[in-house]
Design a protein around this ligand. Structure first.
Ligand code: DP6
Length: 324
């Protein structure tokens, strides 16, 4: 009747940015991510005939009908899919352990924790592949949060074949990601809308054509623990994603002035021999890939540039876990 799960968020190094099927959230490209230890969501899913109405609490605060809509639609879709009792009510309690205002998207950890707690509460006995497919129906990036470490989401061609799998769940590698908060306000353009607009760029297809070779190259870099290659491929994938946004019709960008300041800082640091690379998602915040050894110096350079901005130093996180 009741189950609790924890899922960590992930950041894509080769980006997912476009859907072949909106309802099933089948992607147009494969992607590779790093699951992070510093950010996670705990979700308890409870279903019972005794509950009087469906409810969704986020960090103990009951969400309005409108705020709960995406979550309710998702649960109703899953109940239909598994032929479960549609009349029973459910209660969801989620806690986002994302350091306040770190400015990181939480839909990946949120839908992964929700899919896992839902499946466990109904004793569906799903393996991680099936859970990954289920999480995908909530949010594309959640597909990857079922696994820890480095994860590949193989785009597949249908609901059966589009799921994530671990490349290396427990990498023995000194690789860190500094999440730098530029602005924590609500996104101006949601990921779903942004990726739809981006497809209007004349360069979009060219980018897609490169997807498989970027995936192969990143997997090779991961296998060899080659930081330079991993960083270069990640930075390029982020640049390509933001380039198709700028070149869409009409063009748009998630960048803010401080985003560009940080991009320039990463270039300057590299010229000074401090190896680091950036990646940026559907917002102005910048994540910097580096080693732990260099992270102190990079953090102080960021503070020198932007004052007292919030920076979270993250490394590899685990896959989905069940909690008592
Ligand atoms: C830029 O997973 O948030 O973070 O599938 O519509 O829920 P939906 O989108 P979402 O998009 C994530 C886009 C990204 C890149 C990535 O995580 O691969």
């Amino acid at each position: 009747m009741k189950a609790k799960a924890r899922a960590h968020t992930n950041i894509a190094l080769v980006k997912y940015w476009g859907k072949a099927d909106k309802a099933l959230k089948l992607p147009l490209m494969s992607s590779i991510s790093m699951t992070l230890d510093a950010f996670y969501t705990d979700t308890e899913f409870n279903h019972s005939q005794d509950l009087e109405q469906d409810a969704f609490y986020l960090n103990e605060i009951k969400q309005t009908r409108q705020q709960s809509q995406r979550v309710f639609n998702y649960i109703n879709e899953l109940r239909k899919k598994f032929n479960l009792d549609q009349n029973e009510h459910f209660e969801i309690r989620s806690y986002n352990h994302v350091p306040t205002s770190a400015g990181l998207a939480s839909s990946a950890s949120a839908f992964a924790a929700l899919a896992a707690s839902f499946a466990k509460s109904y004793d569906l006995n799903l393996d991680k592949t099936a859970l990954s497919r289920l999480a995908r129906l909530g949010s594309g990036s959640a597909t990857r949060s079922i696994f820890g470490g480095f994860v590949e989401w193989q785009k597949g061609t249908n609901d059966e074949t589009s799921f994530a799998k671990a490349i290396d769940e427990n990498p023995d590698w000194d690789l860190h990601m500094l999440a730098v908060e530029v602005n924590t306000g609500q996104k101006k353009i949601s990921s779903s809308i942004g990726m739809q607009w981006a497809q209007k760029s004349p360069f979009y297809q060219t980018w897609l054509n490169e997807n498989q070779s970027e995936i192969n190259a990143l997997k090779k870099a991961i296998a060899k623990h080659d930081f330079t290659n991993l960083g270069e491929i990640s930075e390029q994938s982020a640049n390509e994603m933001h380039a198709v946004n700028l070149s869409a019709n009409p063009g748009f960008t998630y960048f803010e002035p401080d985003t560009l300041e940080l991009i320039n800082l990463v270039h300057t640091l590299r010229q000074q021999g401090i190896e680091c690379y950036y990646t940026i998602d559907a917002g102005p915040n910048v994540k910097i890939l580096c080693t732990l050894r260099n992270s102190k110096e990079i953090i102080s350079a960021i503070h020198n540039l932007l004052g007292n901005v919030k920076i979270v130093n993250a490394s590899f996180g685990p896959g989905v876990q069940y909690l008592d």
